[in-house]
Design a protein around this ligand. Structure first.
Ligand SMILES: [Fe+2]
Length: 255
């Protein structure tokens, strides 16, 4: 110390830093926090109107994941515990883009899903579908310099979830994304085209009609692999007017 007095650190609002700003969704495009057909939202949705937080330094930055934490085998869910998973092998791939259509490199993309019989490997999932000893349903990958990601997995089965009589979730894969800032955090679900269960699923139908299609992947014949796997393409947009609909909380699923 030199004995000179120093001014207390300034907060971000006083600093000369020019912070990036992230677009907010228009209210009408947001998935509601409470949705009458989705029973558990009645207890967990806030009673007061949520307040949008200002974008300060904390919100416009994010964690540094570091290298080597995610390894290539993390992206192949079909080979676990010394064997091969049962079910229809599929490739799920796409790009993570920002609101201006620019690729988001180095984004952490994590997935979790039920097995081919529609069962999660989780202690509270005990409906009578078989567990697969070679499938844990967990995967992760980091996007490349062009924002691309790819998983090899099996197509998940539908499962009952008790929301209403004979309620079944459409086949889906849960996605969690960390982009370049906490404002680019996204938790959502990817569906498969033409699923006959869409119509009776309140989680899918809670999404505003104009945005539901963004959660449905596209079958891509060109990316299928002969004698090996089918392929589904799904691009994800973080923030902005073309944003993939957010989940406002977990959907009551296990794992
Ligand atoms: Fe689920």
């Amino acid at each position: 110390m030199t004995g000179t007095t120093s001014r207390p650190p300034r907060d971000a609002s006083e600093s000369a830093l020019v912070l990036p700003r992230y677009l907010r969704d228009p209210e009408e495009q947001r998935t509601p926090l409470a949705y009458p057909g989705y029973k558990s939202t009645a207890l967990r949705a806030p009673l007061r109107t949520p307040v949008d937080l200002p974008h300060r330094l904390t919100e416009v930055t994010g964690p540094v994941l570091g290298e080597d934490r995610v390894v290539p085998t993390d992206a192949d869910l079909t080979l676990r515990m010394g064997g091969e998973a049962q079910g229809q092998r599929i490739i799920v791939f796409g790009r993570v883009l920002d609101s201006d259509g620019r690729p988001v490199p180095d984004a952490l993309v994590e997935v979790w899903q039920a097995n081919a019989g529609g069962r999660y490997r989780h202690v509270v999932d005990n409906w009578p579908a078989p567990l697969d000893p070679h499938f844990d349903g967990l995967g992760r990958v980091v996007t490349d310099s062009l924002g691309r990601y790819e998983f090899t997995t099996i197509k998940p089965g539908a499962y009952p979830w008790g929301n209403h009589h004979n309620a079944w979730r459409p086949a889906h894969i849960h996605f969690s994304l960390f982009g370049q800032a906490f404002t680019q955090r996204l938790v959502t679900q990817m569906y498969f085209p033409g699923d006959p269960l869409f119509e009776q699923d309140p989680i899918f139908n809670a999404i505003p009609p104009a945005a539901r299609y963004r959660t449905i992947s596209r079958f891509d014949l060109d990316r299928t692999q002969d004698n090996w796997a089918l392929a589904y393409q799904w691009d994800i947009v973080l923030r902005g007017q073309d944003q993939t609909p957010f989940e406002t909380d977990d959907d009551g699923d296990v794992a």
